[in-house]
Every structure is written in structure tokens, then in C-alpha cells.
Design a protein around this ligand. Sequence first.
Ligand code: MN3
Length: 199
Amino acid sequence: MTFSLPELPYAYDALQPYMSKETLEFHHDKHHKAYVDTGNTLLQGSELEGKSVEEIVKASYGKNQPLFNNAGQHYNHIHFWQWMKPNGGGAIPGSLEKKIGDELGGVEKFKNDFIEAGKTQFGSGWAWLAVKNGKLEIMKTPNGENPLVHGASPILGVDVWEHSYYIDYRNRRPDYLKAFIDNLVNWEHVEKMLSEAKV
Ligand code: MN3
């Protein structure tokens, strides 16, 4: 099988009270697993079988929509779990903080603009902090799409599909986004992805 479901990097109840055990059980065990299983079924016998997740995302974009939807969501969720940690949020590592200051107008403005991107993504999708041509950029995408197919490298993303917040926040997407940025983000993983960004 090309795709496999990663374990969560923390216990199911480790992100409470900001994200509940029940949300993570549904989101990881049901939703992410479904993208993995459907993606593997769609890959069977195709020329993309055995390629990396990134390669499959880029190669299927605009060509094989069902495969792209599942491969994109698999990629997004692999990182989404790692973009959070218990006692997250807090201070942004110095080099990343400086880049945010230089390119996005400072940490407060960045946080507000990131939350705004998530609030204004109509329907299902994601809000992103990405690197494009060496510069930070805030983006938003519908459904399973991500910055990889727009010539950028994602370094932080937040899932704004209702399955990510409805159990804990009901329709209050802005409250979920604020909790994510203030209390859940694993900035060390963001910094690591910045150092590995290819564009
Ligand atoms: Mn999701």
C-alpha cells in the first residue's frame, strides 16, 4: 500500500481542552483513515503507485480529481497532526519570528491574517502559512488542495473542515482558529518545515 495512516504523535486526550479526545478519534481514526484507504484503492494499478505523497499530490492535480482529493488530504493531515502539540502556541522561534516580522508585518498581524484566512475560506478547506520564492505568504485553499500545487511549500496549515472543530466549537470557527494559533501550534515543526522548504 502506498499510503499508510501515521500514529498521532501524542495521546488522543493530550490536546484538551482545545481539541477533544472525541474530535481526534473521529478526525484521525475515521476521516484521515478514509483518505488513506480510498487513496490506496484509487492508486491500485495506476502509474503513481509507490511514488511519494508529494509526487502523487502534484501529479494528480487537475488530472485525476478523486485521487487528488484523497492524496491532498492525506498529505495535509500527516502534517496537521505534527503542527500541533500539547502546550503549544507560545513563543515563535527567533529566526521564524524575525522572518514573520520582515515579511508579514509582525507576529500579531500574522496571527490576525492567518485567522482571517481560515474564517473567510468559504466551506471546507485549509488556511496556510507557506513559502513561495523564499518569502512567507498566507494562503487559503478549498477542500483537499494545498500550497504544493500553487508553487509553494506549506510550513503551517489549519484544517477548517467542520469535522475538525464542530464537536468542540460547533459553528464557532473563529474561536477554534484562535485556540489553534494561541494554544496548539507546534512552532518547532513549523521551523523545521521552513528549513526544508524547497521553493
Ligand atoms: Mn480533516
